[in-house]
Design a protein around this ligand. Structure first.
Ligand code: COA
Length: 267
């Protein structure tokens, strides 16, 4: 059996077995919120999985109680204080999102508990998504003084319809697994204890299929909007960087870390 385990960063585990690379969020004490180092580790893992002919499928998973609380807010606050970097597009988060959106082989996700911000938007680029019945999806970008990323401002209205997408993106209120199933964001809802196993089972089925046919089928399904997705991600990235340096974002990040309600009365 071809098995190897790499630890590019302790908070992200990468394990490859029988043609399936599994990327596990492993920062449970911080609700699997994602730091720059974690984005870089995931981008590296995707690049390695793409280049390795022995890897046919990638699975993302968290644990039974939490998928991911989204971007690490302390990292956000640091970036907000620094202002937009000159090489903004090379930030690990954008590297990760570009690698994810362009990943040619099948991507599977197992989502239990909260999936916040990028924890939800990354799923728009996965081919199969399985959810625990405790999954809660939320896109609180506006509540943080930010705007959507991962081309979610394009893909969510297409998937949910404009008004439901507006409710999710403008109000930022969580929606639960059954609602995600109804709109087609997830394939199936199962008890949390079964979710990661189901994702692995489906990934192994994919890994047994001819890779060239998988890649070509995925490419064809996405061909109509691949360029649009890339362009929207660039546009969102520029807006995100500008908003990140603004007073609303700084207030929201400080409020979260100080465990108080934000005051946007002057933003
Ligand atoms: N960034 C940094 N730290 C985070 C975090 C994040 N996105 N989400 C959670 N944490 C930390 C908390 O600060 C807390 O740390 P502490 O124990 O040192 O005080 C710890 O993780 C536990 O979080 P807590 O809020 O107490 O857990 P909870 O079970 O009550 O709630 C969430 C879980 C995910 C609903 C809640 O943590 C949350 O809303 N997080 C922020 C999500 C967010 O806005 N992400 C950005 C998206 S763009």
């Amino acid at each position: 059996m071809n098995t190897r385990t790499d630890r590019p960063a302790q908070d992200i585990l990468v394990h490859t077995e029988e043609g399936v690379t599994t990327i596990t969020f492993n920062r449970v004490d911080k609700k699997n919120s994602i730091t720059e180092a974690m984005y870089a580790a995931m981008a590296d893992a995707l690049e390695a999985a793409e280049a390795d002919a022995g890897v046919r499928c990638v699975v993302f998973q968290g644990d039974m109680a939490i998928f991911s609380a989204g971007n690490d807010i302390a990292d956000f606050l640091k970036q907000s204080a620094q202002g937009a970097a000159q090489d903004e597009e090379e930030r690990p988060v954008w590297r990760f999102l570009r690698a994810l959106a362009a990943f040619p082989k099948p991507l599977v996700a197992a989502v239990c508990g909260p999936a916040v911000g990028i924890g939800t938007t990354m799923l728009l680029h996965c081919d199969l998504v399985y959810a625990g019945d405790n999954a809660a999806f939320s896109l609180p970008f506006v509540n943080l003084g930010l705007c959507p990323e991962a081309a979610s401002s394009l893909l969510l209205p297409q998937m949910l319809g404009y008004h439901r997408a507006a409710e999710a993106l403008l109000l930022g209120e969580p929606f639960l697994a059954e609602a995600a199933l109804e709109v087609g964001l997830v394939n199936r809802v199962v008890p949390p204890a079964e979710c990661n196993l189901l994702a692995q089972t489906q990934a192994k089925k994919l890994a047994a299929k001819p890779l060239s046919a998988l890649i070509e089928t995925k490419r064809l399904m996405k061909a109509g909007q691949a360029a649009q997705v890339r362009e929207r991600m660039r546009e969102e990235g520029a807006s995100f960087a500008r908003l990140m340096a603004g007073p609303a974002a700084r207030e929201a990040f400080s409020a979260f870390l100080e465990k108080r309600h934000p005051d946007f009365s002057r933003c």
